[in-house]
Design a protein around this ligand. Structure first.
Ligand SMILES: Cc1cc2nc3c(=O)[nH]c(=O)nc-3n(C[C@H](O)[C@H](O)[C@H](O)COP(=O)(O)OP(=O)(O)OC[C@H]3O[C@@H](n4cnc5c(N)ncnc54)[C@H](O)[C@@H]3O)c2cc1C
Length: 453
């Protein structure tokens, strides 16, 4: 089959180690169907909006299948809140369409520029993981194209072994064509938030463990350059969707409306010296000082969930060399690992702006699903010489404390380290071998981590 492909230099959101790839972007389902039926022996990986940080949706050895144009919403049941949509629909499109009708996403990551299929393929978590689990919990069923079986419908009760390999399965079990997802009923487009300063790590962890359950959403911004007595100082931001009675008078009439600031954009790659230790430390200190304890602050959902989405291409602030994100999960009993990691970060002055800290609730049966009960810390790390050795050290701390890293953020780990963190990896490889015996689905990350047989 003669394909109309474009040649593109692709990377993840961190812009680390871009690679030249041939990209095929079907405009219609018929084009996708022809491609899948005649895909031959060339490897390919589906790609959504490219918001994973590393090389999970990059395939320089074959094709990248850009799924973003296949973004039809097929049906919505106003009584149950179940949306049936194609995998290329973005969370931004769902919010735009359904918030005015009183529905919100059941789980959302920290950006709305993510596709439904991308959210499933990484089994994304949000600020409500402690109570609600991951995105997969709200997927009633999905349609997956696989090389061996064609189109399969799967869910936690139908073809469940395929379902649990696919959620968190980073595109390696097949192409997610569509999904039925449960939306959440809300009374307004606003969130009611309590802000609380926590002067050190013990304070924030104790607060999270004792009182997160009183809130639907909880997240902390942590200053990872703070040291000694201030190590781990944080601003905890916890809240829930505001009801109409919570809103100030001026919003009561139109609770689903709010005014958006025009988005800003970063037009150029910042020179490397702009983000230096002094500027970052100053930013972190100011952020900590400005955010005093406040109760029941009403803010629109965009400011609470997506503070970075208001600045287009903010990843250019890290300059040409890009950055990586490192996201670590520690079990509750591995708390000292979190301390060691923060100490290392503040001593080596590598971490960037405020990082994100959360408490996770229970995990699910997803073979490669990331969350585990405990703590998760997400860090942006600018790419400077020595970054590989530095992340090896972070990996070692994680392994020593029974933790794991998140595939959506990974750029640098190796296969042995990954396998030691994810006991489900062998079962995952077996599922992939059944669904894709020729190994058509492949990515730079899958090859680096030996995720496929
Ligand atoms: C600012 C920011 C904040 C973030 N916050 C969070 C957070 O709070 N929680 C969290 O969990 N994640 C977070 N993320 C990560 C992001 O949610 C995930 O990486 C998500 O998977 C990206 O979706 P995407 O559509 O961009 O997919 P891509 O990044 O393009 O691809 C992700 C994976 O999905 C696969 N895939 C894409 N489409 C399909 C398809 N149709 N069929 C099968 N597989 C497919 C790809 O092969 C790849 O493995 C954040 C990212 C950013 C940039």
């Amino acid at each position: 089959m003669l394909l109309n492909t474009a040649s593109k230099t692709l990377s993840g959101w961190g812009r680390y180690h871009p690679k030249d790839c041939a990209v095929f972007r079907p405009e219609r389902n018929s084009e996708l169907k022809s491609f899948l039926e005649a895909s031959g022996d060339q490897s390919f990986i589906p790609r959504g909006l490219g918001r994973s940080y590393g090389d999970t949706a990059v395939n320089e050895a074959g094709l990248v299948l850009d799924m973003c144009r296949l973004n039809r919403m097929r049906h919505f049941d106003e009584t149950t809140g179940i949306l049936d949509c194609e995998g290329g629909v973005s969370l931004a499109e769902i919010l735009e369409t359904f918030v005015p009708r009183g529905w919100f996403l059941p789980v959302t990551p920290g950006t709305k520029f993510v596709t439904v299929a991308g959210a499933i393929a990484n089994d994304v978590h949000g600020k409500n993981h402690h109570g609600d689990g991951t995105f997969a919990r709200f997927v009633h069923s999905l349609e997956l194209w696989t090389p061996a079986l064609g189109v399969v419908t799967c869910s936690p009760s139908e073809n469940s072994e395929i379902f649990w390999a696919t959620v968190g399965g980073i595109g390696l079990t097949g192409v997610i064509l569509s999904a039925k997802i449960q939306l959440r009923a809300v009374e307004s487009a606003y969130v009611k938030v309590d802000y609380q300063r926590c002067p050190h790590l013990d304070a924030v962890l104790e607060e999270m463990e004792s009182r997160d359950r009183d809130y639907l959403y909880s997240v902390a911004w942590i200053d990872c350059l703070a040291k000694r007595a201030h190590l781990g100082r944080s601003i905890l931001m916890r809240g829930a969707h505001a009801r109409v009675r919570d809103l100030p008078r001026r919003h009561e009439e139109k609770p689903y409306k709010f005014s958006r600031r025009p988005p800003l954009a970063v037009p150029i790659d910042f020179p490397g010296f702009v983000l230096n230790n002094l500027s970052i430390k100053t930013f972190n200190t100011l952020f900590y000082r400005i955010n005093r304890n406040r109760q029941e602050v009403i803010t629109n959902y965009e400011s609470y969930f997506y503070p970075l989405d208001g600045i287009h291409d903010w990843n250019r602030m890290y300059g040409r060399r890009g950055f990586i994100q490192y996201q670590a999960a520690f079990p509750f009993e591995g708390r000292m690992g979190l301390v060691s990691m923060l100490e290392m970060l503040s001593e080596q002055k590598r971490a960037s702006f405020l990082a994100v800290l959360k408490c996770f609730g229970p995990s699910n049966p997803g073979l490669l699903s990331y969350p585990m009960p405990g703590y998760t810390l997400a860090l942006d790390i600018p790419c400077k010489p020595g970054i590989e050795e530095f992340t090896r050290e972070l990996d070692r701390i994680l392994l020593d404390h029974g933790g794991r890293l998140y595939l959506a953020k990974d750029s640098l780990t190796d296969s042995a380290t990954f396998a030691a963190m994810y006991p489900g990896v062998e079962a995952f490889r077996e599922q992939c071998a059944l669904l894709d015996p020729q190994g058509l689905l492949s990515s730079a990350q899958a090859r680096r981590l030996h995720l496929i047989k």
